[in-house]
Ligand binder design. Structure first.
Ligand SMILES: N[C@@H](CCC(=O)N[C@@H](CS)C(=O)NCC(=O)O)C(=O)O
Length: 239
């Protein structure tokens, strides 16, 4: 199948929200140009955001450029891309269900980010540590179970082992990224909760061992978690 040239614009050096789009391309085995891996990635991205000849320019990365069109917003990028790269079911009900999960994951990502930046993204973590600690305690106790119990319940009801329908979708690759990100940022919390999410753990392993994803994870293209991204490991936030 012939594909257009897909160019993914995102910050270099962090997985962030860009990784959710990368995982979709990698799972589908569809080639894409990762601008974050190129020289002058940030200036190319900034230029595209401020000067693209499109009626609606992106407010923030990630965004995808395909010919003269630009699609921003992670969930929308995946919704747009899913059918084009064969990473979502064909029927409308399943497509909406997949996107419902993706939008919910997007909500969760905001909360994950706000654990280490509860006051403002423009301030350093060090300047909001006290508030972070307070927020992290509630996040660990209430918010992780809220979202993961919900995902676990979907998997428990769908006998295929995937979140929607009978094959892997972008909701599965995104859930994989959430589970690995949480294990990186909150290893102690996640270890303690291990028995609570058997279906999610199985899904994470199933995605990780999918041939295309396994190849990607072992490649230098995989963006590793670090303390500049959304999922950050600060031991004091995961006692
Ligand atoms: N809702 C958007 C959020 C995009 C977003 O927050 N991007 C971050 C990086 S992951 C960013 O660069 N934000 C800059 C800003 O908000 O000023 C999405 O899901 O794509």
């Amino acid at each position: 199948m012939r594909h257009p040239k897909y160019e993914l614009y995102y910050w270099p050096g962090i997985p962030g929200r860009g990784e959710f789009v990368r995982l979709a391309f990698e799972a589908a085995g569809v080639p894409y140009v990762d601008i974050a891996l190129q020289k002058n990635a940030v200036s190319s991205m900034m230029k595209m955001m401020s000067a693209a000849r499109v009626p609606v320019r992106p407010l923030a990365p990630p965004f995808l450029k395909v010919g003269g069109a630009i699609v921003a917003q992670t969930s929308l990028i995946l919704q747009w891309l899913g059918p084009r790269i064969g990473l979502v079911a064909r029927d409308e009900t399943s497509r909406f269900a997949t996107q419902q999960i993706e939008l919910t994951i997007a909500d969760f990502l905001v909360e994950v980010h706000d654990v280490h930046h509860p006051i403002a993204s423009s301030l350093y973590y060090e300047d909001q540590k006290r508030e972070s600690k307070h927020r992290a305690a509630i996040f660990r106790k209430e918010r992780i179970p809220k979202y993961l119990d919900w995902l676990e319940g979907i998997l428990a009801r769908n006998r295929s082992g995937w979140l929607v329908g009978r094959s892997m979708s972008y909701a599965d690759t995104s859930t994989f990224q959430v589970m690995t990100g949480l294990a990186y940022a909150f290893p102690r919390t996640m270890r303690r909760a291990r028995n609570r999410y058997p279906h999610l753990e199985k899904l994470r392993d199933r995605v990780a061992t999918h041939a295309n994803i396994a190849r990607y994870l072992a490649s230098p293209r995989r963006a590793e978690f670090n303390e500049s991204g959304i999922f950050r490991h600060y031991p004091e936030l995961d006692p």
